[in-house]
Design a protein around this ligand. Structure first.
Ligand SMILES: O=C(O)CCC(=O)C(=O)O
Ligand SMILES: [Fe+2]
Length: 172
């Protein structure tokens, strides 16, 4: 649905993202638990990162804030809206859209009072499937910015603990 909507928003053939994503895609679900922290100034809940997924569906704690997104070197809080999903664009949409959709940097901060829980669901194509910028988004004025990639999750694993963004490995 979302992939079709993105294609239509860019006036592209509506299956162009979906065909690359494939029918045997997977979803990885993780519960995150952030206990209260006596020194939020010293300890981060989740360090700044961008998601390696195509999309991420996030169900936040219904009471406790903590998620922040970075834009122009500033951090912006995501408000708590009980029952709402936050849908985040991951690195693989950045690649497929040739950089039109950006996979944003985000982090989770702790607080002294309350623990926080979240449920994240990452959508990944099959690791054998190749992803690359869709043809309709590569033009003379907007050259191709990313390589053809496969098994992007393993590129994340190679780079994450070294503090490097996996998307850098995909850039031409
Ligand atoms: O806990 C959250 O609100 C966000 C978690 C997150 O960004 C992640 O697991 O990638
Ligand atoms: Fe994340």
């Amino acid at each position: 649905m979302l992939l079709k909507a993105i294609a239509r928003a860019l006036t592209l053939e509506e299956n162009c993202f979906l065909d690359m994503y494939g029918e045997d895609a997977s979803m990885l679900s993780i519960f995150n638990l952030y206990p209260p922290c006596p020194r939020p100034d010293l300890a981060i809940g989740l360090k700044p990162h961008a998601d390696a997924s195509v999309f991420t569906y996030l169900m936040q704690d219904k009471e406790v804030e903590g998620l922040q997104f970075q834009k122009d070197d500033q951090w912006y809080k995501v408000p708590v809206i009980p029952g709402a999903f936050v849908i985040n664009v991951g690195d693989q949409i950045e690649i497929m859209s040739n950089g039109i959709f950006k996979s944003p940097i985000h982090r989770v901060v702790t607080n002294t009072e309350k623990g926080r829980m979240s449920l994240v669901m990452f959508c990944f194509p099959n690791p054998n499937k190749e992803i690359e910028p869709v043809k309709g988004l590569v033009t003379e004025t907007r050259p191709r910015l990313y390589k053809t990639m496969k098994d992007y999750t393993s590129i994340l694993v190679e780079n994450y603990q070294k503090g490097r963004r996996p998307i850098e490995a995909a850039k031409i």
